[in-house]
Design a protein around this ligand. Sequence first.
Ligand code: ATP
Ligand code: MG
Length: 754
Amino acid sequence: MKPFLETLPPEVDTKLQNIKPPEEQAHIQVVTDLIDNGSFGEQWLVVTDERLLVIPTEGADGVVEVPLKVITETRIEELVGAGRLEVEHGEGEPTYLYYSNSLSPKFAEVAEAIKQLTKGEAPMLPTEVERTRCDTCGRLLPEKDGVCLACVKTWDTLKRIIRYLAPYKVKVVILMIFVAASPIINLFPPLIVRYMVDNVIAPLAGTGLTLSEGFEMLRSPVGGLLGILCLTFLFEIIAGLLRADVSSRTCRYIRGQLFEHVQYMPLRFYGKRQLGNLISRFTNDADRVEMFLLLGLPFMLRNVLMLIGTLVVCLSMSWRLTFFALMPVPLIMLGGVVIWRRMRSIWPRWHAKWSQLSSHLNESISGIRVVKAFAQEDREAMRFNARNEELWSVSVTGERHWHLFFAVMNFILTFGMFFIWYFGGLQVIREELTVGTLLAFTRFLFQLYQPLQFFSQLNNFVSRAFAGAERIFEIMDTRSELSEDPEATAMPQMEGRVAFENVTFGYDPGKPVLNEIDLDVEPGEMIGLVGKSGVGKSTMINLICRFYDVNRGSVTIDGVDIRKIRLEDLRRHIGMVHQDIFLFDGTIAENIGYGKPGATLDEIISAAVAAEVHEFIAAKPDGYDMKVGERGGQLSGGEKQRIAIARAILHDPKILILDEATSSLDSATEKKIQAAIARLVKGRTTFAIAHRLSTLRNADRLIVLDDGEVAEVGTHEELMNRKGIFYDLVHTQQQTSAIIAVGGGKDDPSQGRR
Ligand SMILES: Nc1ncnc2c1ncn2[C@@H]1O[C@H](COP(=O)(O)OP(=O)(O)OP(=O)(O)O)[C@@H](O)[C@H]1O
Ligand SMILES: [Mg+2]
């Protein structure tokens, strides 16, 4: 189903047919969940080529009709907990449509589409929208596009988990044989007991056999019992070792696949997720799956076999006693269903709480400097405690339910025991049953109840494990960059001609950051991007790297839409020094060589020399082997920047991006780096962003962004002469530095006179 052409309920459809002629095509048919700001109820929005209609689900009247011709403006507005679509038109009050927050992604797209329709263009609507509620049960999802843990499909998930066992087929088969063997051989001991009691002990009791004769008679059955015990022991050990091996290997495999997949996820994916939540899939969820493979799956097999085998043997000995033994079972099943329902609603909550806790943990530890700088340790601890307590409260509810259920079930189950002794004993007295059979029965009873207990627990176990597995699969199913266009062109060489054609882009749909940008950059040209903070400079660069895809228009390199270029090739030709520099926890040499695996030390050193960082590194006791610490924490901002520049130099890209690459450098170092950069940009298309506008003097052209659009283009001089936005920016900056210079010179009489 197309997400923007929802199926109309019959009464709404009738109303619609009464209004519009049949040939008029509807482009949008969506339902809202609020009637006005605060009252729940459904209303339909239908937009055709000609008109916009708001149709309430109930009541005959109240249809609002606005011809598209008269619409002047469409926008969305965020209210508290809800949103509003506003359609302004020449005919009085604007038309409003309210919806709860969960629908805002949908209506952001709708607003855009209405704008296009009013301009007479065909609306471009995405084929997917973020889901905030479960399609099946309507519950709020723990995260956008997430999995509804209450609706996990057990069977599908199981099949999928089992598929991960495929690489270890042989081991799995051997494991199954060993697992299956023990319940089967365990059917024998009660039968041996029966034989011993009925055929040896009872007939020979009181016949005055000597000790050695007695031993002689009992040797084989007791020997048999001992043999089976030893065999079971051996099988258990072998099966245990195999289980540990297979489950941990599978889990390693799943984790590896997950990591690989996550590496190729687009940045938008990370933007939507909390890190702790993502990490918990590698830890908590993977552990659950491992436990399921280690304990759940083999025990399931064992218990099924045990149940069937025991039932068959018991029925063949006495169907009546078997019937008594099974009397408590319906009660157990009923209890199982009840507890299952309860647990199914508890587990998703538990997951949500746990994710919140780990996200908080992650954030407060990463941000520990800020926490300390603002002396907020207490507050963080309090917030953590609150979350911890919420988690505890859900856990304890779950565990309480669980243990109560378990105790009650055990109690009920043992009732079977009384029936057996009572009715079985009666039969023995009446000589309808032998003592051996009765004894065998009491032993079989445990083998019958054990699987039943296991199955009543299974749901708990399985739903935890499957929820974990689902959360892992959910990520694996999210489209990664690897599933890019299969016809993407290889581009081993690039000239470096970059063009923006009518590009519109926003991180959130409906809130464009860049608006219809057009720009042509020649190969080898150096472009300076200028504009106020937050205007979208870094965003333009994100689009060139294809960290995000444009909403409309296209970015091309050498005339090819970058969505059609193999990502690998695209990124190999782009080198960037990002505004937020990230270094990995490793040595300086490893960090400089990151983009070029196998780079020699000589290459690394010459990159470092070019980036003016060699002297600093050489002065360190460990030189290039110095560890930079997590995120490069042991280096200063300027040192990190220069290492990042060296990293980009070594990468030797055709397109170079410098986003505030020299912002943390003192003037003297910056001068030197400027010279290095001037050498570096030769023969490369360069995009440089700098707030210190004087550093962009070398640029061939400056692009001034304002309000999401290209406001001015030209060389430094041209723009200064034009006395426009750029001139103002430079002017303000000069004034600011003059103020700083004067302020800084207060104590210095020589400067004060200047
Ligand atoms: N990942 C993101 N998700 C949502 N909005 C974002 C994201 N990154 C940036 N924005 C928003 O997009 C706008 C443009 O941001 P951008 O980083 O491009 O600004 P900039 O021009 O580079 O600013 P600065 O000079 O401060 O670096 C800002 O309003 C910002 O809030
Ligand atoms: Mg920026």
